[in-house]
Ligand binder design. Sequence first.
Ligand code: SOE
Length: 383
Amino acid sequence: MSAQKTLNVGLIGCGFMGRTHSNAFRQVNQFFDVGHRPVLAAVCARSADAVRGFADRWGYASTETDWRRLIARRDIDLIDIASPNDTHAEIAVAAAEAGKMVMCEKPLGRSAAESARMVAAVEKAGVPNMVWYNYRRVPAVTLAKHLVDEGRLGRIFHYRAKFLQDWTISKDLPQGGAGLWRLDAAVAGSGVTGDLLAHCIDTALWLNGGIAEVTAMTETFIKERMHTLTGKITPVGIDDASAFLARFANGSLATFEATRYARGHKALYTLEINGEHASIFWDLHDLHRLQYFDHRDEGQVRGWRALHITDGDHPYMKHWWVPGLQIGYEHTFIHQVADFLEGLAKGAPAAPTFRDALATDEVTDAVLASARSRQWERVPASV
Ligand code: SOE
């Protein structure tokens, strides 16, 4: 392997996503031959104690408590944004203007307008950029993409996706602050539409092309919650549940649903595609399997096959253990870094870029607009 270039990473945010990203940067060179070696140069968060503890645990060489100081540092090549949604745009624009590469947690912005500013900034600066829609890089989901692109399913009639959780059912759960900012509309932008449906939409646009129009309904089941930062009971502005019908540009019909009120479900992301010849089904709780039905199989043995995506010729799997042994959630982030670094080496950006993620935000905006207007809403074609 030729000499690797170092890539000094400056991570912003040290919550759940900060951990998944740090693990990915640390692991990627152990398993993938890529031209760059990410170095955990600095981590930034507002609390000096928290950021110090995080740096010690993960091996970051230095800490910052002001993201502007991090961006100003000449030794940092890549700014990785894993902080709450209301910080994404300002940080990404400043990082791009400083000539840094930028990776950003999903959703890109709190609205398509905010995301469009971020796209303009990275494209004007010409800096590599990517959004962490990690589920594309579950090997079974990547295989689904290959099967669709090979035309095995034939004409697509239906796309069906849902992402179900149950962690906000208690009315006593406050909103806002560390860990609960996803319940605060000012910080998150929206509720499950931007948080969970965004994953489903990103995968759908990738697998099945653009969405032309949507009709949606949303609900906020708990109307008021105590705000952690003020201690006051405050109206809840997020959508707790969101469901929509969609028509894709290729003529196929879709249903999407996300909620945090499906008692018993913690992170049930499922997707199904029905084509003229074949169908596929995938379930995050069984993430190493892809269910496949091919009508062209010989009649007596025709049926759903549960493909175990652990063999060396399955996407990403030759980099891991031996056939038959599974990988999990954290590996999807490692794959994302590997693809980003491969993109750098080739000079070809790995998807989803900021522009790709803007397309998702165009759909989530249309979903929220439709829930308000009670009308079908057209989705602008942005990619
Ligand atoms: C919300 O609970 C959440 O953590 C999302 O923010 C993530 O994007 C999703 O992958 C899992 O659920």
